[in-house]
Each structure stands twice: as structure tokens, then as C-alpha cells.
Design a protein around this ligand. Structure first.
Ligand SMILES: CC(C)(COP(=O)(O)OP(=O)(O)OC[C@H]1O[C@@H](n2cnc3c(N)ncnc32)[C@H](O)[C@@H]1OP(=O)(O)O)[C@@H](O)C(=O)NCCC(=O)NCCS
Length: 202
């Protein structure tokens, strides 16, 4: 199967996708490359303490192994993408990344992070929706994620994207978000959803 046909089959961007951001700037979505290591390091190192904590559960430095893990995801099964913007010197800077890793049950475990200066411009929501699309096109049964309970923005977006959320019974600091792909949510699932106004709380 050719690269193009594979991309079409799996729902992955063929090479790159150009996205228009809410502020009118253009960014590029593409699969992560091995050469992205220094760009990813600089992206992560310039995240605010809060963003780093929300995504990597640490306010301190993020280990190289985390970056290596992101770059080395299993192609064809897992998905790891970056969003880039042209840097002033003509190179490209990573402004967001997202991934899902397929677990032993075949469920896609989702994670996303957007650079602080790019948050609130629609990138996070669009990345989550794009990963949903890819997972669906690969016939995965479901997506899930763990979100810190204080991370209202992420929980609000996940809810808007159709995920149900419930407090993790084993860890009150975490919410578990779940989405069944290719099927409407069941009454039992929606009964566990948090009320809409919970997400509006500051
Ligand atoms: C969470 C995150 C990925 C969202 O990405 P983003 O690009 O900032 O989000 P978007 O611009 O796509 O959407 C923001 C939405 O959240 C809503 N929102 C923002 N703050 C909110 C809050 N405190 N409570 C509820 N909703 C909130 C906005 O109204 C907006 O909705 P709109 O598009 O209808 O206007 C990003 O903020 C981020 O990287 N945060 C740090 C890392 C992180 O939390 N990752 C998730 C780990 S599981």
C-alpha cells in the first residue's frame, strides 16, 4: 500500500495539514518526526508551570524519556502529532502536541498540550477532534483520558467533544474521561456525566 493510500486509510494527515487559528495565523499539523527532539524539548521547557503540571503531572523538568516516548510511538497503532508555526528565523516552532496510545484493551489513551501563548485559540479542541477522527477511521472502540480534577478547561472541552467524565474512584484528584467511538452514548453513560454547569465554575 502506498504512503498516500495508507494515510487515507488510517485517517492520518498525508504529509501536513494547514490550519487557520482563531487569531488568523496559519499553523501546520503533521506527524512527529525523530528530528523534532530539540523542538519538543524547547516547547516543553517553555511551558508554564501550570501547563506542565496539567499535562505531565510535574511542575519541574520533564525527562528526556518522555520526549523519546512521544517520538517513538508505534506507527500504525499509536498517533503522535505536532502543530508547528514558522519561527522568526525561518525555522519552525512546535506550539502544540497531541497523542493517543492504544492500550491493551484497544482503547486510545489521549493527551494534548498547547503552548501557553497559543491557548484559547481553538487548537486544543481541534486536535482532540482530529484524533477522534483518526481513532474512528481505525475502528478503535473507544477513547479515554485522565484529567486533573482542577483542569476545568480540559474537562469542558472534553465534554463538548462528547466525552463523559467521572471522578476517579481511586484518586479524587483525577477525572476519567471516556468516549465510545462510532456509537451514541448510552443512558447509563450519560447518567455518570457531570452536570453542564459544573464545567462553568472557575
Ligand atoms: C487544555 C488545553 C489542551 C486546551 O487547549 P486550548 O487550545 O487552550 O483550547 P481551545 O482554545 O481549543 O478551547 C478552549 C475552550 O475552553 C473553554 N474554557 C477556557 N477556560 C475554561 C474554564 N476555566 N472553564 C471552562 N471552560 C473553559 C473556552 O471557553 C474555550 O471554549 P470555546 O472554544 O467554545 O471558546 C490547553 O489549554 C493546554 O494545553 N493546557 C495545559 C495542558 C493540559 O491541560 N493538557 C491536558 C492534559 S489531560
Amino acid at each position: 500500500m502506498s504512503g498516500t493510500a495508507t494515510a487515507a486509510f488510517t485517517g492520518m494527515p498525508n504529509t501536513e495539514e494547514s490550519w487557520l487559528v482563531k487569531n488568523g495565523e496559519r499553523v501546520t499539523l503533521r506527524a512527529v518526526r525523530h528530528t523534532d527532539r530539540p523542538r519538543l524539548r524547547s516547547f516543553i521547557d517553555t511551558l508554564s508551570r501550570e501547563s506542565r503540571y496539567y499535562r505531565y503531572l510535574t511542575g519541574g523538568p520533564v525527562a528526556d524519556a518522555v520526549i523519546d516516548g512521544f517520538i517513538g510511538r508505534c506507527p500504525g497503532r499509536d498517533v503522535a502529532v505536532v502543530v508547528t508555526s514558522p519561527a522568526p528565523d525561518g525555522s519552525e516552532a512546535i506550539v502544540a502536541n497531541a497523542e493517543y496510545v492504544v492500550n491493551a484493551e484497544g482503547v486510545a489513551e489521549l493527551a494534548v498540550v498547547v503552548a501557553d501563548g497559543w491557548q484559547g485559540k481553538g487548537l486544543g479542541r481541534r486536535l482532540i477532534q482530529r484524533l477522534q477522527q483518526i481513532a474512528r477511521s481505525r475502528n478503535l472502540p473507544a477513547m479515554r483520558g485522565d484529567v486533573l480534577s482542577e483542569n476545568r478547561r480540559m474537562l469542558a472541552i472534553m465534554r463538548d467533544c462528547g466525552f463523559s467524565a467521572r471522578r476517579n474512584p481511586e484518586d479524587s484528584y483525577l477525572h476519567e474521561v471516556n468516549l465510545t467511538l462510532g456509537a451514541q452514548p448510552t443512558r447509563a453513560a450519560t447518567a455518570q456525566w457531570l452536570p453542564a454547569d459544573w464545567f462553568a465554575a472557575s
